[in-house]
Design a protein around this ligand. Sequence first.
Ligand code: C5P
Length: 326
Amino acid sequence: MFPRKMGLAWEILAPAKLNLYLEILNRQASGYHELETLMIPVRLYDQLLWEPTVAASGRQNRLALHVVNSCVEPHGPSHRGPSHRVAQQEQLGNLVPAGSDNLVLRAANLLARRAGVCATGVFTLRKRIPTCAGLGGGSSDAAAALALANAAWGVGYSTGRLMELAAELGSDVPFFLAHGAAICRGRGERVETVGSLGRLHFVVVKPPAGLSTAEVFARVARNPIPRSHAQRSPDRLARLIAALRCGDLGAAAEWMTNRLEEIAETMGDFVTQIHSTMKQCGCRGQWLTGSGSAYVGLVRSAKQARHVAGMLTARNLGTVFPVTSC
Ligand code: C5P
């Protein structure tokens, strides 16, 4: 995530993430779940802009946010008119609130408070990443706001310090400041980068229904977590990373898994439906990302991603995105 100065304004791109592996190890006393997950950023971006305004008198923060829900259909007919686009945004659950509880404003205000900066200006967030999808859109926006404000306001915090603030905003937020693939542990906030895993290609399907992270984890909490999950996880994750590093997609697909998928399956039959359709369409492996509801298929090339995306779009399962890792 790299902020870019454009005249007086600043811009940053906030990528989506995919979980290639997610295991639940334990439950923390706080109620959060102890995870081991492999996440990678992908080339599906929200765009965040910040423009300064004249500083108000006094020491009060004056930050505003405009949200532009500009999710265009990434694959399929693109000239169906504005009413279709609005319907599609509603279908995506992509109409994000612009109030003070938006993660962009929460992140910027948190940084301003901690750094003792009097923050003013207007953020514009152009949403392309579907929400309630397990694609990390809100977390990525929060991380982007921290990185942008840190540069634009001359705060000069290190990445480590920004990651501490990020962890206060949400479990997945620190990952987006880490640049590249990473194993995330704890509730997700302990980030260990793993270096390059090569260029990977995927097809993502976001079904019309979204899933709430809190609700999915609330269902996890109703069941005991077998100790074998924690015992086997490091070995399985190491095998996955080794397979990805040597480009063996067949072996990698064997180890790609998401423990939350069992729970998501109980929350709607779309999970099983998308899983079997992706398999029929030639994906090497397919699984839920994060707490869903988006579903990911692994393919071998960008060309195959476009081809499979076309087939999946024709099956009307939801909105389809061919994506590559960043
Ligand atoms: O941290 P974040 O806001 O993304 O988490 C949303 C909700 O998901 C939390 O309130 C918690 O209920 C649940 N969660 C969890 N264990 C995690 C991450 C999230 O139980 N590791």
